[in-house]
Design a binder for this molecule. Sequence first.
Ligand code: COA
Ligand code: AMP
Ligand code: ZN
Length: 443
Amino acid sequence: MENQGIKKDYSCEYFNPEVETLSIEAIRELQLKRLKETVAHCMNSPFYKKRFEEAGLSVDDIKTLDDIRKIPFTTKADLRDTYPFGIASVPLEKCTRLHSSSGTTGNPTVILHTDKDIDEWANQVARNLWMVGLRPTDIFQNSSGYGMFTGGLGFQFGAEKMGMLTVPAAAGNSLRQIKFIKDFGTTAIHAVPSYLTRLKEVMDQEGVDPRKDTKLKVFAIGAEPHSEEQRKRIENMFGVKAYNSFGMSEMCGPGVGFECKEQQGLHFWEDYYIVEIVDPETLEPVPDGEIGELVLTSIRREAMPLLRYRTRDLTRVLGHTCACGRNHVRIDRMKGRSDDMMVLKGVNIFPIQIEKILMQYPELASNYLITLTTDADNDNMTVEVELAEPLAEENHQKLLKAVTRALKDEILLTPIVKLVQKGTLPVSEGKAVRVVDKRTVYN
Ligand code: COA
Ligand code: AMP
Ligand code: ZN
């Protein structure tokens, strides 16, 4: 990946000055051009070809941006149903990377990338990091999980393209993270917000004062919902500016939306995406300022563009202009989900994944409860499940270990599992309440 930052004027606020400062009219013109190109390209995908035929729609029906509403939505279920490569718009030999969601009990979602997709993705991330004042003189540490989590390689390639010395520290091992921060003079970190609280706790234990003993000045925080209070708390704890970063694997990964220095919502890059906010029930557009479900169309991707993808994230449009000079739409921090997906420690989990694992054990009854908490050490998930019959202590411990391990393999983080006696958990009337989220992540 080429270090592009080195050729640039560091005093310029923009990484891609021309596109970042486009007028709203110019953005719309570019979007229409790219939407038409993308729709035509999607006809190489047997999935979209069939979708268009079923809807009685042809490429030529897309004449204006409003015509996007003629196109049927794409959902996570579509990705699962066509697992693993069914939505691709290029032959597999053109693809050079895939990322996949967690899970072994059902079909995960798989996202394919070509070289060009990876390069454009890195450009988006580089643009974001430059936007908040980082330059090739900065040192960037990434505490995301690498591998299948897009926050790892996504930020790595973006920070490298921007030209920073990039430290792929990856998730975990807070002592080592702190050593790197001090020894390498790390100035910027990407982390999920809940982890930064843990990192500060370890800094306190080690007698490290981030204001005096480190050069930290910027955090990119994202991959999980967090409130404005949580952001402010992180900024005050470290004396470091924290910018909200939104991404999702289906669109590429991190880089889809990012706050500028004004911190007045996330700029979603409209040269890469068409943003719609719809009522999750009627699927009709809602006016700017009203909360609805975010629907994204990727208009620059090659391997696997997605048309009108229902993200299930709830948010709203804050505005179309900004004091920073960018007219790419400003989107509010995420306000909730229109499905039951949970995001914990930057990991996406559906309750059904947990249920499917628990139900594999005949020793367990069917009543269970998932509780999410913010504890002193970290964010945690507790899974309480009733035993079918009381167990001898030795068998109890064996089962506990096996269930914990199986859950970790499925959801990629370690829950606190409690096997409780039958009749202990509340029995809900009507639809069972399976998840209690005690964190305050949305506001
Ligand atoms: N990011 C980085 N490190 C994290 C973390 C997170 N979200 N959550 C926990 N950790 C740290 C813990 O602090 C601990 O290290 P420490 O004891 O030295 O402080 C270590 O990881 C293990 O934590 P624990 O909570 O016991 O582990 P777990 O088995 O539940 O799994 C992770 C936790 C970190 C492996 C898993 O949650 C993960 O990989 N998260 C990162 C997800 C990510 O990168 N998302 C971005 C997607 S774009
Ligand atoms: P993934 O595909 O694993 O990158 O997860 C994408 C999902 O993580 C999104 O659909 C959101 O639900 C959540 N997410 C990512 N970034 C943020 C953010 N900044 N704020 C709130 N939720 C986020
Ligand atoms: Zn701005």
